[in-house]
Design a protein around this ligand. Sequence first.
Ligand code: CP
Length: 291
Amino acid sequence: ARHFLTGAELSSEELAALIDRALEMKRAPLAARPLEGRAVALVFQKPSTRTRVSFEAGVFELGGHPLVLRTDEMQLSRGESPRDTALVLSRHVAAIGVRTGPDEMLAELAAHASVPVVNMLTAGHHPCQALADLLTLREAFGRLEGLRLAYVGDGNNVARSLAILGALAGVQVVVSSPPGYRLEPVAGAELVEDPAEAVAGANAVYTDVWVSMGDEATADERRSALAPYRIDDALLDRAAPGAIALHCLPAHPGEEISAEVLYGDRQRIWDEAENRRHAQKALLELLVSAS
Ligand code: CP
């Protein structure tokens, strides 16, 4: 089966076609029913609002039935292996979405699943988010090739997926972070420290949460190191004319983004949240039809 674990599984051509298909599906949400009569398992080891709702609603719109499984209610939480879980789920469902911490757990599930496995967020990657981000850029600018996207803040899983999928889409991604929060080099992505330098000429400026679950002990340190990377009107003014703000959400107004930008007319953040559903529908159609 074809899996979607980091995004690097797609060719540039497939990614371009997938974004086109997502736009078609957004215009006609009930036209395609590739999951008619089939179930899709959505396994959550971590909390979620957008991912859960967009996958559940998307599977439903594709004619399928979403089975939301919390790992604390599964035998996984009592020691059953990802391998055995994958072998059993594959007997029942057309695809398996997984939100977990360790990328190794996802890789083990994928290694033993005979149906497509989709990364719904791991410590290392958030490729479904990046698909929605690219769809949002495509809607806003009518193209992807040649756009410049500046990610400012913590060089985390969201930044990594933007770098990987941005390179495949022909988007120039620059990741700007302070020392200690830098993304490792990713082919095609530029890494700079100064946020003003990063956003110069950028068509989109992107940020993510500064203090996630598990970061509580270093919250003050993180807020102080990342403070120069907040998206506000002043930072957007340094970007290209007509630049948009993006955020994968959940947001913390006044921390990584100002309330004025988050709720103002220089952002496409709420479209971006909706675009999760359309992008993931196109992805599920591609993976299920290839398997
Ligand atoms: N952006 C995102 O993945 O949101 P959730 O954590 O609410 O799913």
